[in-house]
Write a protein that binds this ligand. Structure first.
Ligand SMILES: Cc1cc2nc3c(=O)[nH]c(=O)nc-3n(C[C@H](O)[C@H](O)[C@H](O)COP(=O)(O)O)c2cc1C
Length: 320
């Protein structure tokens, strides 16, 4: 099946389905490879990866498919310059940069033909990044797992606002809250050319996180996430001992040093790698409540596309 949009044309993919770059979850070859092979865009999350592991993952994806894939690069990460040099040397087809401004990478990657997408979480940043000349924007709304926008503006409102502000001049990917074909239909109706799927792909055999983390996503309901760490790099995470402690400190307006101490004692790695479900950062979006079971990533892509077709076929048509 093919569903053609501004984003599939930009990226050279069959389906407007992107695997969201997620530290640990997609910091491997298996998950991005499965998504790219199925016709979406697989994304390797470089955030926590050593250069050697990243290079190996890029090579493995390339050996496994000749379809496009991307690397997600948080520009604030330690050793960012070295990683950017590596990505340039590997001439990756698509770069998805988050945090920081496009001037840090744009000219050098455009010069080698890499498609440059930038992650934004506000209208102002979207307009600025578009003016700087990035090829596409990933617009992250408040439902998202990981780092949602500070004011938690919902994806429904933010994507629409960015679509109006950018007037169809740049392809948009909607991110945050999408889990199935109905979600994809919603994203395209808002003016995006694709949806980014994060939390949905945590519940896959290919995801690089502990089995307990995957099960916690499957078990969660739509109201089981919390946003904690306001002012400290806020995250949306599943409720657990860590999140409850942070929420209680925030409610009590505890001093910043105390909140920072608790916030930084917990990491995503603890949940993802060590399987510490009580004290780790179990980052996930509200869409966890829409995830019902573990499924291979390629099957998820195919199911989203099929359900999208059914969904748009079922939409009521206006009559005179
Ligand atoms: C566990 C986890 C890790 C994430 N890591 C990153 C990251 O390294 N870089 C990034 O740009 N976004 C990251 N995100 C945000 C996702 O790219 C995406 O915006 C979000 O998952 C979309 O919302 P959804 O989970 O409802 O699909 C992460 C999200 C999660 C859930």
């Amino acid at each position: 099946m093919r569903i053609e949009t501004s984003v599939t044309r930009l990226l050279g993919i069959d389906l407007p389905i992107l695997l969201a770059g997620m530290s640990w979850v997609t910091s491997n070859a298996a998950l991005p490879l499965a998504v790219s092979r199925a016709g979406g865009l697989g994304v390797i999350a470089a955030g926590p990866m050593y250069p050697e592991a990243l290079e190996e993952a890029i090579d493995t994806v390339r050996r496994g498919t000749d379809r496009p894939f991307a690397v997600n690069m948080p520009l604030y990460r330690k050793g960012a310059e070295e990683i950017l040099d590596l990505l340039e040397a590997k001439r990756i087809p698509v770069l998805i940069a988050s945090q920081g401004g496009p001037q840090k990478y744009l000219d050098r990657f455009k010069a080698i033909g890499t498609t440059c997408m930038h992650v934004v979480a506000s209208e102002a940043h979207a307009v600025k990044a578009a003016q700087k000349g990035v090829d596409g924007l990933i617009v992250v709304g408040g439902e998202a797992g990981g780092h949602p926008p500070a004011e938690l503006v919902s994806t429904l409102v933010l994507v629409r606002a960015v679509a109006k502000a950018t007037q169809g001049k740049i392809p948009l990917v909607a991110s945050g809250g999408f889990a199935d074909g109905n979600g994809l239909a919603a994203a395209l109706s808002l003016g995006a050319g694709a949806a980014n799927f994060g939390t949905r792909f945590i519940a896959t055999p290919e995801a690089g996180v502990s089995e307990g983390y995957k099960q916690a996503v499957i078990d969660a309901g739509v109201a089981d996430t919390r946003t904690v760490g306001r002012g400290l790099g806020m995250i949306r995470t599943l409720s657990n001992d860590f999140a409850e402690e942070m929420a209680a400190l925030e409610l009590a307006a505890a001093p910043e040093e105390r909140r920072r101490a608790v916030f930084s004692a917990s990491t995503l790695k603890m949940a993802a790698f060590d399987g510490d479900l009580a004290r780790g950062k179990l980052e996930a979006g509200q869409s966890a409540g829409l995830v019902g079971r573990l499924m291979p990533a390629g099957e998820i892509v195919a199911e989203i596309a099929r359900d999208y077709a059914v969904c748009i076929g079922d939409l009521p048509q206006p009559a005179e």
